[in-house]
Each structure stands twice: as structure tokens, then as C-alpha cells.
Design a protein around this ligand. Structure first.
Ligand code: HEC
Length: 104
């Protein structure tokens, strides 16, 4: 179906963008370190990841209003809380982060 083919392409593009940003965030910005290191230079959830979740469709399904699988990517706190099956992001450990595997 034409529509689904288009969706697949868009999803691939989206995944690449999200993946790149998550890699940066997960590898460099564990929350505990943010206060210690120069916060302005480190990637942050609000500046680097949330805009992607917002601009791309993630929040439509995993936002304050829908929360598919109990996952709310609307804030750093709720994203770190994860889904009904637990954490989806583990700072500094992309291999342990379910969200990372989802978009990979
Ligand atoms: C069209 C609605 C929709 C959109 C848009 C969407 N998701 Fe999902 N997401 C789902 C559904 C439905 C599931 C459950 C799928 C399953 O269990 O196989 C899910 C599951 C997940 C899970 C695993 C949660 C768990 O506990 O199993 C993560 C992480 C996730 N999505 C992240 C994202 C991210 C990041 C984006 C944006 C790049 C996104 N989703 C966009 C509907 C969506």
C-alpha cells in the first residue's frame, strides 16, 4: 500500500534522527553529571531530545494525552519513568535502553 510504504520511509528517517540525538544524550548526559559539568554545553533532554519527540509523531501516541503503554515522553521525568514495563531510557547505557532499541 502506498501509504504504508511512505510511512516506512518516514519512520526510517525519523529513527535516524532520534537515534543520533539519543546517542549523544545517553553517552554524554547522565542526569547526575549534568549539574557538575558545564550544563550549557551538554546536550539536555529539553533542548536536544524533547523537540524531536514533539516535532516527530512520538508525543501523539506517547504524550500527556494518550500515554500508549503508559509511556509519556512529554517531560524528562516522565520519559525516565518509562512505560508500563519499566524504564525505556538508561542514561549512559544505550544497550540497556529500550527506547534506543525501538528507534534503532
Ligand atoms: C502511532 C502511534 C505511535 C507513535 C507515533 C509512536 N509510538 Fe511508540 N508505541 C506505540 C505502540 C502502540 C507501542 C506498543 C507496541 C508493542 O508493544 O509492540 C509503542 C511502544 C513503544 C515503546 C516500548 C514501550 C514498552 O513498554 O513496550 C517505546 C520505547 C516507544 N514506543 C517509543 C516511541 C518513540 C521514541 C516514538 C517516536 C520516535 C514513538 N514511540 C512513536 C505507538 C506509537
Amino acid at each position: 500500500m502506498l501509504l504504508s510504504a511512505d510511512m516506512t520511509v518516514r519512520r526510517r528517517v525519523l529513527c535516524g534522527i532520534v537515534l543520533a540525538s539519543l546517542q549523544v544524550l545517553l553517552l554524554r548526559a547522565a542526569p547526575g553529571d549534568a549539574a557538575k559539568t558545564a550544563a550549557s554545553k551538554s546536550p539536555t533532554f529539553e533542548n536536544d531530545v524533547l523537540p524531536i519527540f514533539k516535532n516527530r509523531a512520538c508525543l501523539a501516541c506517547h504524550g500527556p494525552s494518550l500515554k500508549t503503554k503508559e509511556l509519556d515522553l512529554g517531560t524528562y521525568q516522565s520519559s525516565m519513568r518509562g512505560s508500563e514495563s519499566g524504564a525505556v531510557i538508561v542514561p549512559g547505557q544505550p544497550d540497556e535502553s529500550r527506547l534506543y532499541h525501538m528507534v534503532k
